[in-house]
Design a protein around this ligand. Structure first.
Ligand code: UD1
Length: 465
């Protein structure tokens, strides 16, 4: 397993480019199962999650290749397989996006339930409700969803859930409805730009979907769809992460390939915090002047602030002056990054689905553990801003969803070193010695605590190897 060793405190400067959106690329790759002929996707990011889905699509009879120019080509060669095995689905929840396309095109699908996840409960009941409404018979057996239908039939479907709309649920039902007989309407559909991008791809293939980007979709079923070229939209979550990196290090960064129209809520919040964002077409220039301000912020379905940026925004707010309240209404338990940020010197308290963040002057380097994709990004951002050295373990989460993040950040002047996570690779500066005066050294986590606690415990950092 790899880890990052980050020397913090270097302001970022220069120019970087955002990659294609993971959350658009994955459902679009899955929807290629609906098409006759070849799909060519431009701008698919180079990620572990993309490789995992490519692997699954190959097992489902597709030929998937990366061309020399970086495009991804996908073509169904065998329409018989319909099993999405647990071994692949458990690695990545978005694998469930093959369910709707398989059912619509092959009349049957056997897809593993994705299982648990670090950011909270993630049921797929709404996916199944929508597919059942389209006439599928669905049962869950031995951890697998077994769905069958001779031909799906159009229906009126309400897809709202207790936490709002569902992004991949809308993708699954919308994709399935493109080949259903007659008209389907979906109410409370997700409006995320990634769902719109999928809709544009399906329409280019011959589907008839209207209402994209609104909660009310209308889909008139067609007999067949054909492969087309398509360009994936830029990743708004990566763009936001890079903006926050520039702001947290008080740098000056120009970011290209940004769809600012997909980022209104995020840009608004960053400006409220005191970050200057100058927009010029698809480029933004990010700078700061003076201390950042606290804000209240609620993660909501689009067009609200995305839950996928909640952790990164929280990292930024740890360095702002005053008290901020960060609420997540999409994933109310998505706070695994909180105790790790505290280890880096942040002052945060959780109250249900809210985190109360008291801004501190500066963060201080420590050893922390990444728990999920966006939490990893938040810890990297905090490590960039912290004084001294930070070690971030389990950064395989980051590799799942960010295309070369550390390379991009290092090109802007960050000091991030990727190392294999082995005891001999632990940086000497994070090895601590415990003095005889310590009150209680029985806590096995003592080598991982912050400077104030260390002083209280009579522990002095040892810098020699
Ligand atoms: C997608 C994104 C993920 C993002 C999330 C919310 C992809 C590949 N992943 O995940 O990065 O964090 O949207 O923007 O696009 N829910 C139900 N029943 C369901 C489905 C969802 O109750 O059948 C709940 C979930 O538990 C959650 C909320 O609805 O509380 C939103 O989940 P959903 O939009 O489905 O997330 P994903 O599509 O899995």
């Amino acid at each position: 397993m790899d880890m990052f060793v980050i020397q913090g405190g270097y302001p970022l400067s220069g120019r970087t480019t955002v990659s294609g959106a993971k959350n658009a690329a994955l459902p679009i790759m899955a929807a290629s199962l609906l098409a006759d002929g070849m799909t060519t996707l431009h701008g698919v990011p180079d990620l572990v999650d993309v490789d995992t889905l490519a692997h699954l699509l190959r097992a489902l009879g597709s030929q998937v290749e990366r061309t020399e120019s970086g495009d991804l080509t996908l073509e169904v060669l065998n329409t018989r397989p319909n099993l999405a095995d647990y071994e692949l689905v458990r690695r990545m929840r978005a694998s469930v996006c093959v369910l709707g396309p398989l059912l619509a095109r092959r009349g049957a699908a056997c897809v593993s339930l994705p299982g648990g996840c670090n950011i909270g409960d993630r049921p797929i009941d709404l996916h199944l409700k929508g597919l059942k409404a389209l006439g599928a018979s669905i049962r869950v057996e031995r951890g697998y969803v077994i769905a069958e239908a001779q031909r799906l039939r159009g229906a009126n479907i309400y897809l709202g859930g207790p936490f709002g709309s569902t992004v991949t649920g809308t993708a699954n039902v919308m994709a399935a409805a493109t080949l259903a007989e007659g008209r389907t309407t979906i109410e409370a559909a997700a409006c995320e730009p990634e769902v719109v991008d999928l809709g544009h791809y399906l329409n280019a293939m011959g589907a008839r979907i209207t209402g994209l980007g609104t909660p009310f979709l209308q889909i008139d079923g067609v007999e067949r769809l054909h492969g087309v070229p398509h360009t994936i939209i830029p990743d708004r979550i990566e763009a936001a992460t890079l903006m926050i990196a520039a702001a947290m290090t008080h740098g000056e960064v120009r970011i290209d390939n940004v769809r600012v129209d997909h980022m209104t809520a995020i840009i608004e919040k960053l400006r409220e915090i005191g970050v200057t964002i100058d927009v010029n077409g698809t480029s933004v220039r990010v700078t700061t002047s003076g201390r950042l301000r606290s804000i209240d912020c609620i993660a909501l379905p689009y067009p609200g602030v995305p839950t996928d940026v909640q952790a990164q925004l929280m990292a930024l707010l740890t360095c702002a002056s005053g008290i901020s309240i960060v609420t997540d209404k999409v994933f109310p338990d998505r706070f695994m990054h909180l105790p790790e940020l505290v280890r880096l010197g942040a002052r945060i308290r959780r109250e249900g689905n809210c985190a109360i963040v008291s801004g501190v002057g500066e963060l201080s380097g420590a050893s922390v553990m990444a728990s999920d994709l966006r939490a990893s990004a938040a810890l990297v951002l905090a490590g960039l801003a912290a004084t001294g050295e930070s070690v971030i373990r389990r950064i395989y989460h980051l590799d799942r969803g960010y295309d070369q993040l550390e390379i991009k950040l290092n090109q802007l002047g960050a000091q991030i070193h990727r190392m294999v996570d082995e005891p001999q690779n632990m940086p000497a500066s994070l090895t601590l010695s415990v003095s005889d005066k310590a009150e209680d050294t029985s806590d096995p986590t003592h080598e991982l605590r912050g400077p104030t606690w260390l002083k209280r415990m009579g522990i002095t950092p040892r810098t020699e190897a």
